[in-house]
Design a protein around this ligand. Sequence first.
Ligand code: HEC
Length: 195
Amino acid sequence: MRFSNLLAAGIVLLTASASLAQTPSYTNVGRTPTKEEIQAWDIAAGPDGKGLPPGHGTAKEGAPIYATKCASCHGPAGEGTPLGRRLVGSKADMWTLTTVQPLITIGSYWPFATTIWDYINRAMPRNQGGSLNANEVYALTAFILSKCGIIQEGDVVDAKTLPKVQMPNHNGFIPQRFEDIPDERKRGCRLGTCP
Ligand code: HEC
């Protein structure tokens, strides 16, 4: 009796795995994405401004949005907290970039203003990427640029003006000189600071 029960269970199992192993039919699986679905993925904005959508914002408009959606992690003035990096810095911090403890902020390091837009639009607030509308992202970009002393509080940031914003470290990126990397002395570096 027990044996036949086991046998019956075995037959059931065998039948189940045999049906799993059958090649499934792929008809009606997948479809052409809609225009809206492609647009939702195609969000990259480049340094020339290509890809930036219509919309606009000022630092003044960005301040209250920043306070409610960003300050908890990046600090009320963009100074950073243990939950989010420091965002605000300026030309005056750029000298640290060639030291062993560079102060990497948007103002002191980022070469393109459009990347701020792209990054916020794509990824912020953390774990809620894509939740902000274009005007909010423009306003937040303006807010950070203004806090870094790069634009004025009332300057309107949009697809036309943003690519024209000159970032302080725009020319700070040189092609890597691999041959120099292992030999800081040869490159004239002293106490971790390189010319
Ligand atoms: C829950 C915490 C949190 C919130 C809220 C948040 N951020 Fe962030 N943010 C982070 C963290 C963490 C990083 C670093 C991510 C990484 O390096 O992978 C980051 C990175 C960034 C960067 C890139 C900084 C750099 O130098 O690499 C920008 C710009 C930024 N956030 C802007 C914003 C803005 C604007 C908001 C509000 C809309 C916001 N963040 C809200 C946690 C947060």
